[in-house]
Design a protein around this ligand. Structure first.
Ligand code: URA
Length: 285
């Protein structure tokens, strides 16, 4: 590495290599690089990566920092009633998806259906492509999302961006939503009543987008998508089905921020989704 390299870029490359090491990819090879490309590289460690590179030099960042919003390790409380999801709606013609989603947002309106509305600033409806093949479902907005009205824009969102990038996709190509659309105070887990009040809108979004694969991020998303409360460990690593769509369950990015060792497991889950979508999974060294 030339000594004149920009320290920020150097740091970014180091972070990328750490990411691959954490995934178990330890052997790298050099390939000739056009020096002009280096000028355009984003030196940010955590920003979204727009390409789908698969060599170490341009591998996506998956920067891990301590702290988390979601308690993945909290013992699973006794089963509470999770209502059965409404029947799957007929497929929305592609051209109508934007309008169909707009109507769902309109139905939500300035919602006061549950107690979460009292503390919210903005309703966080969704982000991404209404025609996406892949959908991510999280738990509920945090402080950044509540301020901006968009899902996964805080630190957990940066990590999700990097996970998406590692799959060879762009954030704009997937669809992202949450179980609840208003921020639970102090980022606590949504109460069943709150989640059950809000999740019908999520199901409607799923019915409109009709992704080929849904990735449930964390136990709350898995619980309300699957309609049953189970430890995450028992749900990961295999295919489920929700509303006629294949579903895989993985760790919430906020949990991965707190326990980076689980990144490798999360990557294995994402690879299941990639195979389902026919995306190229990088070869393991
Ligand atoms: N955590 C979530 O579950 N959803 C968000 O949108 C942000 C953080």
């Amino acid at each position: 590495m030339p000594s004149s390299i920009d320290p920020a870029l150097q740091q970014a490359i180091a972070a990328r290599l750490r990411f691959y090491r954490d995934l178990g990819l330890t052997e790298f090879y050099r390939r000739p690089v056009d020096p002009s490309d280096l000028q355009t590289l984003d030196a940010s460690e955590t920003g979204p990566e727009e390409d789908a590179p698969r060599s170490a030099a341009d591998a996506p960042t998956f920067q891990i920092q301590p702290q988390a919003q979601t308690q993945e390790t909290t013992p699973i409380p006794p089963r509470k009633l999770v209502p059965t999801a409404p029947p799957v709606a007929p497929t929305a013609p592609q051209i109508d998806r934007v309008e169909a989603l707009r109507l769902i947002r309109e139905d939500i309106g300035d919602c006061t259906r549950c107690a979460l509305h009292r503390g919210r600033n903005k309703i966080v409806f969704a982000d991404g492509d209404p025609n996406a093949r892949l959908m991510f479902v999280g738990e509920g907005p945090g402080a950044d999302e509540d301020a901006q009205g968009l899902p996964f824009v805080g630190r957990a969102g940066q990590l999700l961006n990097n996970m998406i990038s590692a799959m060879g996709l762009k954030r704009e190509e997937v669809y992202i939503a949450n179980v609840v659309k208003c921020r639970p105070p102090g980022n606590r887990t949504p109460e069943p009543e709150e989640a059950n009040t809000c999740s019908p809108f999520l199901f409607r979004q799923i019915d409109v987008v009709r992704p080929e694969v849904i990735v449930a991020l964390g136990a709350t998303a898995a619980t309300y998508l699957l309609g049953q409360r189970q430890p995450l460990a028992g749900l990961r690593g295999r295919m489920h089905s929700v509303r006629g769509t294949r579903l895989i369950v993985t760790y919430h990015p906020a949990y991965l921020l707190r326990d980076p060792r689980q990144k490798k497991e999360a990557w294995a889950d994402l690879q299941i989704a990639m195979r389902e979508l026919g995306l190229k999974v990088p070869a393991r060294s």
